[in-house]
Design a protein around this ligand. Structure first.
Ligand code: NG6
Ligand code: CA
Length: 509
């Protein structure tokens, strides 16, 4: 062995040794499994107070680790939150990072430092399984060939993805940038502008909607008895069956772990649950009193349990950092007549928070956030530290010894001490985003004025928009009921100025 390699080995051994100690400063390189739910709200899970649905696996995960009470997705919808998490940049800084159609192009520039490329550089084998929603390819996407650029070009060695969402065409899985199970004799055509002649659609052929009917929107291509957003034709053999999506994705996630157990790996497992259309597998139907939305939460919990069981089976518990979070807050009616509203009962999807998906109130972005790393993160603990998913890039770099170039992850702060439970505090400020911006600073939150509608169209979600700035004390008033802006105009002005500074600087790291 050459002297340099020898020193490297010693260094790695020291790092591994250090990580076992209580206050290790040296980088450690555990496997990382990031489970990312879709639209799961702050109050949707047992360990955050839900009682109408049982989530034993998530509760066990929380019991074995650290549960955050003030952790945030960066935005109140999917694409911007995922963009921010993957790049470490607040999505509102970049045009074109709003909710994407299913034929959108990749919005993360190949070559840019991402959570996956950084970990890959640190020797990790990287994989993404599940909902992508960051666009694919460039120009007119041809679904019948290899689609590039995609996950691979931004750092993921393996990918098995839903291109956009369950309610957007094309309704097919894409594995390593090719549509899975595609019959070349039955090519796929996708359109987000015009109906495809000869193909039925939800608007003209409601009699074909055998499984679920839309409550708003979602009246275009019909796949599996459900109408979607966007038109598609072909690819019959490749079309997914909604009721099996959780099984398929969970299977791909666990086989990624099985395959890579001898290596150091990073798995980003982005579930379809509990997004619409909510069509859990028959074995979960009726598991809760809440209809499809509650049953989808039960299915989500099952998926988490499968991943945890897989880690345990492979003897990987100790050496794996497991995280669970969600891309935005909850919504009840998001466009299908699935009885979510009628059967909600006393369940509070956002717990004590106001608003939900699409909202500038905390219900939009404050989400469940769990961290488990046996032997390193203390079991059964709670943290009130202010952290954001945008921080994962810097935090994982700090954890694994990765170096970030100055321009990488412009809004990503290293919150590793909080993530591991060594520190009770993390961010001093955080920008919340849902069309308009809000700023959290200490106990306080300001929401900038905006001309948005007060309610998100058709979903009944409060957007938090108002023509004048709003000021809330989140510590005394977690439900954002008391607007104190008139009482403390100076604080409002100061916080608005801070927000403006963060916006103008183009970066906050
Ligand atoms: C909305 C859809 C909603 C959901 C959302 C994106 C309609 C009427 N509503 O436009 O159903 O798909 O986009 O959700 O089409 S997200 O979680 O991916 O951001
Ligand atoms: Ca979402």
């Amino acid at each position: 062995m050459e002297r340099r390699d020898f020193l490297k080995t010693i260094g790695a051994a020291a790092a591994a040794f250090g990580a076992a100690g209580a206050q290790a400063a040296a980088p450690a390189q555990p496997n990382i499994v990031l489970i990312y739910a879709d639209d799961a709200g702050y109050g949707d899970i047992g360990c955050y107070g839900a009682t109408s649905v049982k989530t034993p696996n998530l509760d066990k995960l929380a019991g074995a680790g650290l549960r955050f009470t003030h952790a945030h997705a960066t935005s109140a919808t999917c694409t911007p939150s995922r963009y921010s998490m993957v790049t470490g940049e607040y999505a509102w800084r970049k045009k074109g990072t709003g909710v994407l159609p299913g034929n959108a192009n990749l919005i993360v520039k190949p070559g840019r430092v991402t959570i996956a490329s950084m970990l890959k550089q640190q020797g990790y084998t990287t994989g993404v399984v599940g909902k992508w929603h960051l666009g694919l390819g460039e120009g007119d996407v041809n679904w019948n060939k290899e689609i590039t650029p995609g996950p691979r070009e931004i750092g993921f060695d393996y990918s098995f993805i839903i291109p956009a969402t369950g309610d957007r065409v094309p309704c097919v899985f894409v594995e390593n940038q090719r549509v899975a199970n595609l019959d070349p004799k039955d090519p796929i055509t996708v359109s987000y502008t015009d109906p495809i002649p000869g193909e039925p659609n939800g608007k003209d052929n409601p009699e074909l909607l055998t499984k679920l009917k839309p409550s708003h929107g979602h009246d275009q291509a019909i796949v599996n008895g459900v109408s979607r957003i966007g038109y598609m034709k072909g690819g019959k053999a490749a079309l997914w069956t909604d009721e099996n999506i959780a099984d398929v994705l969970t299977g791909k996630a666990t086989s990624f772990i099985d395959r890579n157990k001898a290596k150091r790996f990073f798995l980003y497992f982005a579930t379809h649950d509990i997004h619409v259309p909510r069509m859990p597998n028959p074995r979960f139907v009726g598991k809760t009193s809440m209809g499809a939305r509650g049953d989808a939460i039960a299915e989500l919990d099952w998926s988490v349990g499968e991943v945890l069981a897989c880690l345990a089976r492979n003897g990987l518990d100790k050496n794996t950092l497991v995280m669970f979070s969600s891309d935005n807050g909850p919504v009840v009616d998001d466009g299908y007549k699935d009885q979510a509203a009628e059967k909600l009962g006393s369940h509070k999807p956002a717990g004590p928070l106001r608003g939900g998906k699409y909202s500038n109130f905390d219900g939009g972005t404050r989400v469940p956030f769990l961290v488990r790393w046996p032997g390193r993160v203390k079991a059964d603990t709670i943290s009130n530290a202010l952290v954001s998913q945008v921080d994962l890039l810097s935090t994982f770099a700090a954890l694994t010894g990765g170096k970030l170039p100055a321009e990488a992850g412009p809004d990503s702060l290293n919150v590793l001490p909080a993530l591991l439970g060594d520190s009770k505090t993390a961010r001093e400020t955080l920008v919340e985003h849902s069309g308009t911006l809000g700023l959290v600073e200490g106990d306080w939150k300001v929401i900038e004025p905006s001309a948005r509608e007060r309610l998100q169209r058709n979903t009944n979600s409060e957007t938090g928009a108002a023509p004048k700035p709003q000021l809330y004390n989140l510590t005394d008033d977690i439900g954002e009921k008391n607007n104190l802006a008139d009482k403390y105009p100076e604080r409002v002005a100061k916080m608005m100025a801070t927000l403006e500074k963060i916006r103008a600087a183009g970066r906050s790291r």
